[in-house]
Design a protein around this ligand. Sequence first.
Ligand code: KE4
Length: 467
Amino acid sequence: MAQRACRGTIGATAGVQHDLTIHSQKATHSMEVAPSALDLKQSKRLYERAQHCIPGGVNSPARAFDSVGGTPLFIERAEGAYMEDADGHRYLDYVGSWGPMIFGHAHPDVVGAVQEQAEASTSFGAPTEIEIDVAELVCDLVPSADKVRMVNSGTEATMSAARLARGYTGRDKVIKFEGNYHGHGDFFLIAAGSGPMTLGKPDSPGVTEGNAKDTLLAPYNDIDHVQRLVEAHADEVACIIVEPIAGNMGCIPPEPGFLEGLRELCDLHDIVLIFDEVMTGFRVAPGGAQERFGVTPDLTCLGKIIGGGLPVGAYGGRKEIMDYVAPTGPVYQAGTLSGNPLAMRAGHATLSKIAEEKDEVYPDLEEFGAALESGMRQNLEALGLDYTINRVGAMMSLFFTDQPVVDQESAQTTDTDRYAAYFHGMLEKGIYLPPSQFEAIFFGTKHDEEALEATLQAQRTVLERIH
Ligand code: KE4
């Protein structure tokens, strides 16, 4: 394909060492790493080209390799649990598009549904039956969902849910947790996890004081701190939004009593409890973390798996709250492609499999996860390493710290340089992990015995080499 220079190209001066610096003004947070043993000629060429037209050469910062260094891999195709990059290297995928691929890449049910819908057009901007089918599936699977509204991303879902809580209660303040990431909505980009935490900038420029003042922060798993916040701002707090299992500091489970405590505080003070299940929804149980832990929020935000790899988000909850959403109620929210039939067909194919096969899917995911965790613990023990592993079902993290990891502060005791070396070592062994210590790994139903053995063998070799 002919390469065109984008407008305003200021002339690239190729980075001397690792192609990490295309323009002198590139952020200085990039890691300097040993050049990968992998031949990444095509990814490097594409990365160089991308940076002239796309900020950082990526359409989401989490895909950049800034915190681990090196060249982001440009992926060409994927099937099942495996992906192939532009240089023809094949990897076992533990990112899964950051969660959606619970049934593996290019599942025939999803591909077939999308192909069929595309031939009948991809979007009408009018209601369709498939949207009802998906909404009914969500309401059947998710305990808190009497009604649900489709949007196009997890960010839209959380922004809309918070606005709805404010409109329903007439209150302004939102309580969130340090290290939780709820997408890039202004009032959530404060002490945020995921990319902001990875890049060491948990608070983003551009978020105004006006927004920030209505966002109150508490450490994850610290119910006493939340109680003090609520009592200090009792009649001002519209909602508490929480990742019921944190995944954006790496994987951090809720401590016993944490979610229950939030539920009690919200009941006592008429505060809307929002579970951000964009990551955990349909992953840790058919009904997400709220089913797994038996705590039902007032509103739930969904994403990732719900779209089967196409852009879908959703928020749902108690009927009396959801009926405040336009056009039934006064809280406005809209979207040109919300619930579009193409994405709905992919979501329906995925959620139908979950509904029909849940008695096999989740035990299988638990079996793989338990075996992976046990094998990793054996590797650590054999090497005399006392690192922390957190896992809930099909999401987990290995933290390069000997501290228990229960919140953002303890997550930050991890050795991120050691993680970077681990990341690249595993990549060279054909294992694709998230390019950040502060992301969870995900696996799905296509991760089999062969994948388990390959992962554990690679890990044993790499951990030995980097210590
Ligand atoms: P999206 O707007 O990216 O669809 O969803 C935002 C979001 C909301 N809530 C939770 C709990 C999330 O994990 C996310 C997005 N997760 C990140 C990975 N940790 C997406 C990857 C990316 O930003 O590229």
